[in-house]
Design a protein around this ligand. Structure first.
Ligand code: ZN
Length: 273
């Protein structure tokens, strides 16, 4: 028997483990495809910082499928502030001058598409809040055209964006059609060059991170895009008129993945321009 296997060592190791958890009870989570630290933290009522600290994770964007995570008890997460763990910055540094205008489509009396009890305006806002969180963590300045369920006109949305000089405008939507078999994600732009590069970057990650059918990055002269001076795109994350896609779009993990996809597209744009 080596010293490492001795009962005393095991006891000490166990006590250290308890200490690390703040003596709280814990459980485990096996990382599945599509999981993010954010979604796991949300589902278990703990903070992302706490989850990272307990599991020794330095880079939250590199979460391996099959990894076994220790989930601290929700109550012990109150000690997060005392631990003082800083959230790791995204590896690619954000351009300090770039402001991202996040535009959750519809809102208030304009609900957008409504199918199976799901309102597009609600989904848009949920993805927008998650995107705002990710962008801020990555070091970007953000502005939201609405932060609650209220009506904002298209001209006001463009006017908000036009207050900022070095900006990107990202309008978030979900799609619907009477042809209920149609599904997939698509990203629109109204200007070639930067706008189309931003659209194709976001579209690329929407397909890879959300596993939606690729309907492409395409030109369309939506007024909210045409009236915005900065590079502007409109992301249709999925079809809520398709029953199976609607079920996915409703889920926290899909909305989280969509936000991460848009973030990744913006970062790709930011590396080029
Ligand atoms: Zn819409």
């Amino acid at each position: 028997m080596t010293a490492l296997q001795s009962p005393l060592f095991r006891l000490v190791r166990f006590l250290l483990f308890l200490l690390l958890l703040g003596a709280g009870s814990s459980s485990a989570h096996l990382v599945k495809k599509g999981d993010t630290l954010y979604s796991i933290a949300r589902a278990n009522g703990v903070s992302v910082q706490r989850l990272m600290a307990v599991n020794g994770i330095k880079d939250p964007s590199r979460l391996q499928v099959g990894k076994r995570l220790t989930i601290p008890s929700a109550s012990s997460s109150a000690s997060t502030k005392k631990v003082g763990v800083k959230v790791a910055q995204s590896p690619s540094r954000a351009s300090k001058a770039l402001t991202i205008i996040i535009d959750p489509g519809h809102g208030g009396r304009d609900r957008g598409a409504v199918w199976g009890g799901v309102r597009e305006s609600d989904l848009n806002l949920k993805v927008a809040h998650k995107l705002n969180w990710y962008l801020k963590r990555a070091g970007y300045r953000t502005v939201m055209t609405r932060t609650s369920d209220r009506y904002v006109s298209l001209s006001t949305r463009a006017a908000i964006a036009n207050r900022y000089r070095n900006a990107l405008f990202v309008s978030i939507h979900f799609n619907a059609t009477r042809e209920t078999w149609v599904r997939g994600g698509e990203t629109f732009y109204a200007s070639s060059g930067r706008g189309s590069y931003l659209a194709s970057s976001i579209q690329r990650y929407l397909v890879s991170k959300c596993s939606v059918r690729n309907r492409g990055a395409r030109f369309r002269g939506f007024s909210v895009l045409r009236n915005t001076h900065c590079p502007a795109v409109l992301v249709e994350c999925g079809f809520i008129s398709n029953a199976s896609e609607r079920a996915r779009c409703k889920s926290n993990s899909f909305q989280d993945a969509a936000a991460q996809a848009i973030l990744a597209g913006i970062q790709r744009y930011d590396r080029r321009y």
